[in-house]
Design a protein around this ligand. Structure first.
Ligand SMILES: [Zn+2]
Length: 131
């Protein structure tokens, strides 16, 4: 029987501390590139465990997110801003080297396309395919 009204995870505080310890340790030694690397898997694992003990999915999800939120707080994880999440800010060379539409090499500040007209043509073709 689902525990509809039970929102408190037993030993939530201890679990959050353990998770925070793992996040902190693996971030410090370079195993993970971000303190948020385990966020999804921690939520999924805890939610799954709670569901297996009879919690409903929405209640288990909310409770798991609360525990992981606390773990991230304890690990002093700070979410990057939108701008910090962009390729230019990450310094990762993941940008494409050639225009998606015409294939000519892109210059330094160009992203995906060599020109606005190539972007329009590619998007028109992409949207036609998707329709
Ligand atoms: Zn082009």
């Amino acid at each position: 029987m689902a525990r509809r009204h039970k929102h408190k995870v037993r030993s939530a505080e201890r679990m959050a501390k353990v998770m925070a310890g793992v996040i902190w340790r693996d971030f410090e030694d370079g195993t993970i590139p971000s303190k948020f690397a385990y966020e999804g898997v921690f939520i999924a694992e805890l939610r799954s465990s709670l569901c297996l003990t009879g919690w409903s999915w929405p209640v288990a999800d909310e409770a798991a997110r609360d525990v992981v939120r606390e773990a991230l707080r304890l690990a002093r994880a700070v979410r990057p801003t939108w701008a910090e999440g962009q390729h230019a800010a990450t310094g990762l060379l993941v940008r494409e080297a050639w225009c998606r539409n015409c294939g000519i090499p892109l210059r330094e500040r160009q992203v995906h396309y060599c020109s606005a007209s190539c972007a329009q043509k590619w998007n028109r073709a992409f949207n036609a395919e998707a329709a």
